[in-house]
Design a binder for this molecule. Structure first.
Ligand SMILES: NC(=O)c1ccc[n+]([C@@H]2O[C@H](COP(=O)([O-])OP(=O)(O)OC[C@H]3O[C@@H](n4cnc5c(N)ncnc54)[C@H](OP(=O)(O)O)[C@@H]3O)[C@@H](O)[C@H]2O)c1
Length: 330
């Protein structure tokens, strides 16, 4: 278990992006039931975004949370809310001091009565040294505007530079059986050495590993994923074949593929002493949240079996696309 913003969190969180960053938002009642189910299961780390909304519904993701906590004030103290922000209207990162503070203030305004526990600039602003960015964030902590500092989609090198000037509480990066780089690119090493909790986003490879597309040969939906290289018509089928193998592994064990995907992530705490991981699966209904509750850990043999499956498979297509990669600190 990690501690963030003064509270024990985890072992798993809930990603809220898909509730509102889609053409039609998930109905409030269903979204609130999903959040409540997670909190009741002890999954008290909620991951949100200032920009997780369709253009015509600004800050809807935060407004959902605010309404949830007005309806269920008994969860105010239990939940730890982390929000990504500091993204300009054209989706470019804006981390000069004024923009960071304006983003923090805007998030806090929408989130009330919930406090902004953890703030993270969503992407690295190449025009501002990371040392300056985290110094501004430290001032926000001092001023009582936020309780903890996180960085999102940064490289191990950037994290190391940030940690040299400021205590960094968390780092949010993509980690799943389809995106294994953090264990070899220095990220886990730097995080473990500096006591930084690693928040693992898209732990189901955006649904592939949870069996969301089982039986499909192409992506059918009308959401952001259709633009990702891994979902392109030429890559989809091969990636689905790999997730089928993981699905079959889960069936043999009598558990769900989504649970295997989360247990595989958590196993890495054993491999990297001192590493604290918290996967944040996205799930849009209480039923799905329940399906993703994990009450087992992988044995060494089970982990090795999964590693063999991954070694024999090629994950096709990058984890984003050329436009998105532009703002990633890789
Ligand atoms: N820092 C960053 O740059 C960044 C980038 C992307 C995401 N994130 C964060 O990470 C969170 C999760 O990432 P993500 O949503 O991209 O991907 P994900 O968690 O890997 O996958 C979410 C997908 O899996 C489906 N799913 C969940 N449980 C399932 C189950 N039991 N059976 C079948 N399908 C299931 C969901 O469907 P339903 O929604 O229909 O339930 C959704 O389509 C986001 O909410 C966001 O907070 C951060």
């Amino acid at each position: 278990m990690s501690t963030l913003a003064g509270k024990a969190i985890g072992p798993i969180g809930l990603g809220l992006m898909n509730l509102t960053w889609r053409p039609v938002s998930v109905p409030r009642e269903q979204a609130f039931a999903a959040i409540k189910t997670a909190l009741d299961a002890g999954y008290n780390f909620l991951n949100a975004g200032e920009f997780y909304n369709a253009p015509e519904r600004p800050c809807e993701n935060l407004d959902y949370l605010s309404e949830f906590f007005k309806k269920y004030p008994e969860y105010l103290d239990k939940a730890v809310v982390s929000v990504k922000g500091a993204i300009g209207p054209d989706f470019s990162p804006q981390s000069d001091p004024e923009s960071l503070m304006a983003s923090i203030d805007n998030i806090a305004k929408h989130l009330a009565p919930k406090t902004l526990d953890v703030f993270e600039p969503a992407r690295v602003d190449a025009n501002v040294p990371i040392e300056d960015i985290v110094t501004t964030l430290a001032k926000a902590v001092e001023a009582g505007k936020i309780k903890a500092i996180s960085l999102s989609e940064v490289s191990a090198k950037t994290l190391e530079k940030a940690c040299a000037v400021q205590k960094i509480d968390a780092v949010e990066i993509e980690f799943s059986m389809f995106t294994t780089e953090p264990r070899s690119n220095g990220m886990f090493k730097v995080a473990a050495e500096n006591g930084v909790t690693v928040v693992c986003y898209s732990p189901f490879a955006r649904g592939f590993l949870a069996g969301a597309f089982r039986g499909q040969t192409k992506y059918n939906g009308d959401d952001l994923r259709q633009h990702f290289d891994r979902f392109s018509p030429e890559n989809f089928a091969a990636n689905q074949r790999t997730s089928d193998l993981i699905y079959e592994f889960a069936e043999r064990k009598g558990v769900r593929a989504s649970q295997v995907a989360l247990a595989w992530i958590m196993y890495h705490e054993k491999l990297f002493p001192g590493l604290q991981l918290i996967p944040i699966p996205g799930a849009s209904s209480p039923e799905r949240v329940k399906e993703n509750i994990v009450d087992f850990s992988l044995t060494d043999d089970e982990f090795n079996e999964l590693e063999q499956i991954l070694a024999s498979a090629e994950i096709k297509g990058g984890r984003a696309n050329a436009v998105m990669i532009k703002h990633m600190d890789v």
